[in-house]
Design a binder for this molecule. Structure first.
Ligand SMILES: *Cc1c(COP(=O)(O)O)cnc(C)c1O
Length: 441
């Protein structure tokens, strides 16, 4: 059989890039087969180098909440590029971006930009330790906070897919201060805090964990984390790299009404360019260099192209509000989020229906525009539940959908994403594809 362009490119990539990819989940190892190469994306659709078209539910792993190649983002990046790609001195867009984040996210009084979500989480942890003078960190199994050493313990995402929650090359001494607990388990946190009195610097959590598929905090759980950290002089750190600006303009903290002390961002705030950020209480953030003793830096942090793309994305998401002041205008406030919620509800109802009529046990978890279909009768509230999913069945489902022009994340342990560019017709054809795949079993 004639080799496709994607196959040719992957064969070449394998010779020069480890595994042929620059981030492991892209390699399709969890589902088998080979990745396709894309050279064009528009709205909710991707085109591979062989001309195949896909409805995309990966959305570049979260950032593309407005769909691909949004005209406002593209023109903002072009305009910024005309003035230079990096200055190494402060630029005005950094101020605009900081004001935007502070005005949109309830818990952010000050914010610093980084180049990735990994850097943001790593820096937030260092800051929490510097602020409290304590070493220990609590994280939850299945939660992914980037690939920094001390956080790569029972992490989700690629680390989970490949069955190596603990990476080689991380000295045990680097993770000895990381306490890993099951999510949604109040007693486990209470016991850990009791056993480590005055030693826990902070609890870092994805408020809606999206790196082991997707499961939601049970009612009262985030409130409990807020209370127990406050009562014990520890900081509550929300990793909103995925949920920030997605579940609401102010992220999960707005949606659930909990204000953490520190929080991490990435993905959406870069409009598709490499970005991260961390922010929170001013008294904590002011401990960062040059004001304070906690060191953190970045040659390209606050990059003008990334700022321009991110500002355009945030402004577009907040049409109906003057984003810089967060004051409502006469426009249709909240419209993008309403649209995402409607699409999410349509997808959820359709997928549940398709699974039911095919007689396949599926637990469909959803929060706004994030979703995951687990092949288990469920419910799925934490990692141990998620691990019950039938992964062979997922792989079959994934390839069946791909053959029908629907691109889902190539692993059971990733969240799916909707964008404002998806249409009811896209969802409809996706549901029909799912019904057809499962009917064939
Ligand atoms: C993606 C992600 C990260 C890491 O961000 P990168 O930009 O890939 O380094 C951290 N935390 C969460 C919750 C994420 O989803």
């Amino acid at each position: 059989m004639k080799q496709s362009q994607s196959e040719k490119l992957f064969a070449e990539a394998l010779r020069f890039i480890p595994g042929g990819v620059n981030s492991p989940v892209r390699a399709f190892r969890a589902v088998g087969g080979q990745p396709f190469f894309v050279n064009r994306a528009q709205g909710a659709h991707l085109w591979d180098v062989d001309g195949n078209e896909f409805i995309d539910y990966v959305c570049t792993w979260g950032p593309a909440i407005l769909g691909h190649a949004h005209p406002k983002i593209i023109s903002a990046v072009k305009a910024a590029a005309d003035h230079g790609t990096s200055f190494g001195v402060p630029n005005p867009q950094e101020v605009t971006m900081a004001k935007l984040i502070c005005s949109l996210v309830p818990g952010v009084q000050k914010v610093r930009m980084t180049n990735s979500g990994t850097e943001a989480c790593m820096s937030a942890i260092r800051l929490a330790r510097g602020f409290t003078g304590r070493d220990k960190i609590v994280k939850f199994d299945g939660c992914y906070h980037g690939h920094a050493d001390s956080l790569l313990v029972k992490a989700g995402s690629g680390a989970l897919t490949f069955g190596h929650p603990d990476s080689a090359g991380v000295p045990a001494a680097f993770t000895q201060h990381t306490i890993v607990l099951p999510f949604n388990d109040v007693d486990a946190v209470t016991a850990a805090v009791e056993a480590n009195k005055n030693q826990i610097a902070g609890i870092i959590v994805e408020p809606v964990p999206g790196n082991a598929g997707l499961y939601l905090p049970q009612p009262g759980y985030l409130e409990f984390l807020r209370e127990i950290t406050q009562a014990n002089g520890a900081l509550l750190i929300f990793d909103e790299v995925m949920t920030g600006f997605r579940l609401a303009p102010g992220g999960a903290q707005e949606r659930f009404g909990i204000t953490p002390d520190l929080m991490c961002f990435g993905k959406i705030i870069g409009g598709g360019l490499p970005v991260g950020a961390f922010g929170g209480r001013a008294d904590i953030m002011d401990l960062l260099a040059p004001l304070g003793p906690v060191y953190q830096a970045g040659t390209l942090s606050g990059n003008p192209l990334a700022m321009a793309a991110g500002i355009a994305a945030l402004e577009e998401l907040n049409i109906g509000k003057d984003a810089r002041t967060a004051r409502p205008t006469d426009g249709p406030a909240g419209r993008p989020y309403q649209h995402l919620e409607q699409l999410g509800a349509q997808l959820e109802a359709g997928m549940k229906d398709a699974a039911k009529s095919a007689g396949i046990p599926v637990t469909f978890n959803r929060c706004g525009s994030m979703f995951c279909a687990y092949f288990t009768s469920g419910p799925v509230h934490h990692l141990a539940d998620a691990m019950k999913s039938d992964r062979a069945r997922f792989a079959k489902f994934f390839h069946g959908m791909l053959a029908r022009g629907v691109y889902l994340a190539p692993s059971q342990f990733e969240a799916g994403f909707l964008s404002t560019a998806h249409t009811a017709a896209d969802i409809d054809s996706t549901v029909k594809a799912a019904a057809s795949v499962m009917r064939g079993w």
